[in-house]
Design a protein around this ligand. Sequence first.
Ligand SMILES: [Zn+2]
Length: 312
Amino acid sequence: MNQKMKGILSTILSFTLLLTGCSAPAANADSSKDKLNIVATTTMLADLVSSIGGERVTVNGLMGPGIDPHLYQASAGDVSLMQKADVVVYNGLHLEGKMGEIFESLSNQGSAVICIEKGLDESRLLAWEDDNSIHDPHIWFDVSLWKDAAKTVAKGLTDADPTGKADYDANLDAYLKKLDETDMYIRGRADELPEKQRVLVTAHDAFQYFGKAYGFEVRGLQGISTDAEAGTADVSDLANFIVERQIKAIFVESSVPPKTIEALQAAVKAKGFDVSIGGELYSDSLGDAQSGANTYILTVKANINTIVDALK
Ligand SMILES: [Zn+2]
């Protein structure tokens, strides 16, 4: 449905509400009917679209905090939301592993989509484990790649709503500055650790971009996707690595059940070494409203604080 049709429908709806005696909040209805209706898959993307779209957009995020995008199955309600949206924003690179066909059919139907993958320089992408033909989707942990994502969103919103160009450009500029400050903050905190202590062991392989950007060696118990479970051999290998390198702490993730990391901790203990659980990292979703980490910037800062404080 185009903007004009939505406007007409919204006017009819407001009129009907008036006739039936409901006190429709006319001012709100007026201000929302012109807004671009965006659906974003992950919490990271919903936050990014809000930051760039500002007052001109309303954003519906499909996945809440703590939801694992690798395993997420879209409901019939999600599909309907996406079909009605002015623009659908998704990460791509197989992050939303069970939703590929939906994005394809949205594109085929001529819906406006913004795919973050399309705006990334392929030479900067890391391989998906040993397979060079596909790439690791966890690009948001390198803030410089998230700047590219922000530019892709600004361009996509401008394409969908050309009259908003000046607003989107101004919001993008302001947000890129904040991302630069965030990047500096992460580097500053990482520098507090001697190089040999910069080893990050987590539940699944979400932090390779983080490791490359900020100088950490990264080991995930499960692979790039949480789709494949860790076997006992994986647990044993990683436990040996932790003992050999005398690693102080390992980390659970907010979107992965903690039992695999707890099993790893037990395996390390059985080898006569104590590794602590250094806290919970936000991997594939932002924190919730109570966490103090419910934006992208707060989340990546919370992560580096947790990591450095535990490994020091
Ligand atoms: Zn992941």
